[in-house]
Design a protein around this ligand. Structure first.
Ligand SMILES: [Zn+2]
Ligand SMILES: [Zn+2]
Length: 162
């Protein structure tokens, strides 16, 4: 049984995952850029039953997504401000973890076919997208769940270049 653990900077909020992530999303949207303060969010996604808080309590900020109009819940430590994970009105059984908060952010092993890069349309200039993964200009599916055809690069792709 896997017990991969993580937590916030100050250590008051701790969590654990008990399975490999179901899939991995690397999200370049403006929400993730603003919420991480970086170029994109690396987001392993777990089934809710495989993830739990083991210490402390996370506060929740509810953000209405501009795209879908649905709420995204940001779970964070009110003492140190670290964002730990997301839950979603749109995907109620899923938890998207801020990968860098795991004690060992390299513990999970997600195959390329379960990985996707989304919102490349607003990705920051100079961001490098790896080859052989599915990428999307925005979401990977329409609001009614219809999949959108991915674009796969055959070599590393630099945003802003041709
Ligand atoms: Zn904290
Ligand atoms: Zn995003």
């Amino acid at each position: 049984m896997i017990h991969a653990q993580g937590g916030c900077l100050c250590g008051r909020v701790r969590y654990e995952a008990t399975s490999q992530p179901a899939r991995m999303t690397v999200c370049h949207c403006r929400f993730c850029q603003r919420a991480t303060g970086g170029a994109y969010m690396v987001e392993p996604i777990f089934d809710m039953q495989e993830f739990r808080i083991t210490e402390g309590t996370a506060r929740i900020y509810s953000h209405v997504s501009e795209g879908s109009g649905k709420e995204v819940f940001v779970h964070f430590c009110e003492n140190c401000g670290t964002k730990l994970f997301l839950t979603f009105e749109r995907f109620p059984g899923s938890v998207g973890v801020y990968a860098g908060t795991f004690d060992d952010p390299d513990w999970f092993d997600v195959p390329p076919d379960a990985t996707k890069h989304i919102f490349l349309g607003v990705a920051q200039k100079g961001t490098i997208v790896p080859p052989q993964v599915n990428t999307f200009t925005e979401h990977a599916s329409t609001p009614d769940g219809t999949p959108i055809a991915p674009r796969v690069f055959d070599r590393p792709h630099v945003i802003g270049s041709r």
